[in-house]
Design a protein around this ligand. Sequence first.
Ligand code: I3P
Length: 128
Amino acid sequence: SSPDSEVGTPELEKAGLLNKTKIAEGGRKLRKNWSPSWVVLVGNSLVFFKDPKSQTPSSWKPGNSRPESSVDLRGAHLNWANELSSKKNVFKLRTVTGNEFLLQSENDIIIKEWYDTLKNVIDKLDRE
Ligand code: I3P
């Protein structure tokens, strides 16, 4: 068995393409600029990559490209936020440092899976 399963804390991991815009930096509101982003959940971090056209879920490897940015999920807040956009399937992620991101998918199932997965990680970190 892997070292992770031996200590009883398997790392949750997920990767996929979502539309993303940052709407606040350190509590200061930013102008929206939606763009597709390759989003990867690794441990307690959500990592964003540019150039998603060259990526597919099956081909992506951690060393393929340089992260654009990374979000620490500890203490983060996650909420559905369809009122913050004309797009459907939008949720907002706010970090302890006051950075706010909207994430969106046209696919109802995909966005729900991301929401549930992130919620689980954040709730788990809250209990530690
Ligand atoms: C924004 C752009 C965004 C839109 C935003 C607009 O205009 O159309 O896509 O957000 O709406 O202001 P611009 O490109 O001129 O900055 P949504 O797609 O999420 O609706 P908002 O100002 O109501 O947030």
